[in-house]
Design a protein around this ligand. Sequence first.
Ligand code: OGA
Ligand code: MN
Length: 447
Amino acid sequence: MSGGAGPVADLASHGWTVLPDFLPADAIAALRREAEGWQTDGRFRPGGVGRAAACGVRHEIRGDRIVWLDPEGATPAQERFWPSIERLRLELNRELYLGLQSFEGHYALYPPGARYAAHLDRFESSDERAVSCSLYLNAGWAAGDGGHLRLHLPQSPVDIPPRAGTLALFRSDTVRHEVLPASRPRFSVTGWFRRRPLGRGLLSCLVAALILTGAARTTRAEDRSSAAPETIVLLHGLSRTPRSLRRLQSALESRGYRVLNVDYPTGRTPIDAIAKILDERLAVCRASGARIDFVTHSSGGIALRYYLETRPLPNLGRVVMLAPPNGGSELADVLRRIPLARTIAGPVRTGLGTGPDSLPARLGPAHFELGVIAGNRSLNPLFSWIVPGPDDGMVSVERARVAGMTDFLVVPRTHSFIMRSREVIAETGTFLATGRFDHTESGHAAS
Ligand code: OGA
Ligand code: MN
């Protein structure tokens, strides 16, 4: 894949881009042969128009025939396709914070003369499809063969010829496009990066990640027989140090876990630099293939969400987040408007506001087992006055939540000290071992 900042930056600023050599010629030829074989076997079906009940076949709008790809049954011909798509997904998340979680795609065959009238790819009822992508499989495509993908851009249309190896990428929600008729059969793999997993899409990410790393998924806690020990990684909050998590660390160590209390800079460090530092710190336990759990405090949870969206981690176990500003913090909104605070706090803190451009808002839902513990006691009346609703002096109970979390617990603790509480430590251990909180002690489940 050519990748790099260039094409990805184009997608960000113009809504579309073209990667001319997404896969080598032999990988493209293998896909083409497979698609032709499936055509001979009668596996292609007319493409539908619209969604679910409204879904019908209307040849005047859409004349292609398709076969959906099954990521779980990736064929030898698709062997290089899936890992490249997975790398592209991670790159898009890393560069653009898109929170893309899965890919769905199909082979498409446009017989000579077939077209697809101008349309948008995002269904009106859903915002799941975020980036559309077509990989063309047509060797020796000549200028006169037609079959261009025409993007209707604000200034003027752009025509992309469906040449073997070319990948066209564009935003599903804003770029209207059409397929012009060709004089030869026109084959592609066309698909969509989605912000929400499909049942099978989620699995497909895992499968792709497995292919990518060549690692075997390790066992869960109930079945810990692998040689390398399970590790719990602790990520402290902004402007704090590993010292703030010492008590939690010893408690987990005394339960027999190996604990890595990671020292990393927060303050003025951009999120991608933090992720790269985590790559170094986690290299050894990643390579061991043993299960890795995480416990985070405060913005350590945001750093982890970014990390998991931009790196495959097939041996990921469970995650507990203590007082995470998952929905941002109103306090950051206020701090950002105060110049001195902005200088002191640096990019990460001021990026933790509640606006649509803030880092938390740009991250996708959790796609792993996640328990969140929020506090509702405050030692800071001024901050609590700024933050609406019950809060821990920094983050409101509501904004600790994130879509996709498995369990949620509210405890009578403050933002700065929540991780030192005995009951919080006990509940953290319970979630790591079982995937649920106990909800028995003085904390209570909030609905
Ligand atoms: C589609 C589509 C474009 C192409 O299937 O929705 O727009 O170039 N395909 O095949
Ligand atoms: Mn389309």
